[in-house]
Design a protein around this ligand. Structure first.
Ligand code: COA
Length: 258
């Protein structure tokens, strides 16, 4: 793994950082590989329960590296293959909560990543946009996710007009959860992560998976799937620890064990 993306874990919180600040964290082939690797690491790291994704320097990420367009095309496979789901933004299933801490420009493929995050905390300096149409190319995963996430008209504003919007407009659209002063961004994201850690990790993952799959299933199938997940979750250690802690008037110490 290269150093264009950093993966750091403190306690149960993993921080994934786009790290090509000299190019405003533009996503070239190397960064894409490092990003894929980071999400894979997070998904498989039993000690990591929450991820925060952010950018180093003055941008979150400006999206695809336009200067390297045309290079490494073969890595994405041919037109006739379904793209592999190698990273969170391109469909990797991660049921642990993911928080985006958006510190500056968040454009194109970086906004696609944000559209797959559960919470978006934004610096007052953050700007969001899908400039792809102004480069003559469509946005795909962002177009699939955004209407559901922020409503049709807001999604079309971002996707078809291709202009950047500021943090306040992004909050109004429902894309951003909270806008904070720039210097408080990481503290706020970590505070949110700490609040999430008060919930049992496997129950959190089951709930997120039911919420996500439930949107794609007929209602009765979604409920059947959810009830099955509940039965499985009831067998976990944490499902015993939670009620016990309640009875003892103490704080539960979650194990995250099946
Ligand atoms: N790909 C490659 N390099 C990029 C880049 C991108 N998407 N966006 C910015 N950079 C580079 C710039 O070329 C510049 O490098 P240089 O100093 O070697 O010329 C450096 O990052 C700083 O960018 P700059 O344009 O000077 O900063 P700015 O604050 O004035 O403007 C943006 C920032 C994001 C508004 C502007 O750079 C921009 O519009 N970038 C393109 C965004 C884009 O189209 N993304 C692709 C989505 S598919």
């Amino acid at each position: 793994m290269g150093d264009t993306v950093l993966y750091e874990r403190k306690g149960k919180i993993a921080t994934i950082t786009y790290n090509r600040p000299e190019s405003l964290n533009a996503i070239n082939g190397q960064l894409r590989e490092d990003l894929n690797q980071s999400w894979e690491t997070f998904r498989n790291d039993d000690e990591a329960w929450i991820a925060i994704v952010t950018g180093s320097g003055r941008a979150f990420s400006v999206g695809a590296d336009v200067k390297s367009f045309g290079e490494n095309q073969s890595k994405n496979g041919t037109f006739w293959e379904t793209p592999s789901l190698t990273s969170l933004e391109s469909g990797m299933e991660i049921w642990k909560p993911v928080i985006a801490a958006v510190n500056g420009y968040c454009l194109g493929f970086a906004l696609t990543l944000v559209s797959a995050c559960d919470f978006v905390v934004a610096s007052e300096h953050a700007q969001f946009g899908f400039p792809e149409v102004r480069l003559g190319i469509p946005t795909i995963q962002g177009a699939v996710r955004m209407p559901d996430r922020i409503g049709w008209q807001n999604a079309m504003e971002l996707l078809l007009i291709g202009e950047r919007v500021d943090a306040e407009r992004a909050k109004e659209m429902g894309l951003v959860w909270k806008v904070v002063p720039h210097e408080q961004l990481m503290d706020e994201a970590n505070r949110l992560a700490e609040r999430l850690l008060l919930s049992a990790p496997l129950a959190v993952r089951a709930t997120k998976e039911v919420a996500r799959r439930g949107q794609q299933l007929p209602f009765s199938d979604a409920i059947r799937f959810g009830e099955t997940m509940r039965k499985v979750s009831r067998e976990t250690e944490d499902a015993k620890i939670g009620p016990e802690a309640f009875r003892n008037k103490s704080l539960p110490e979650w194990t995250g064990k099946e």
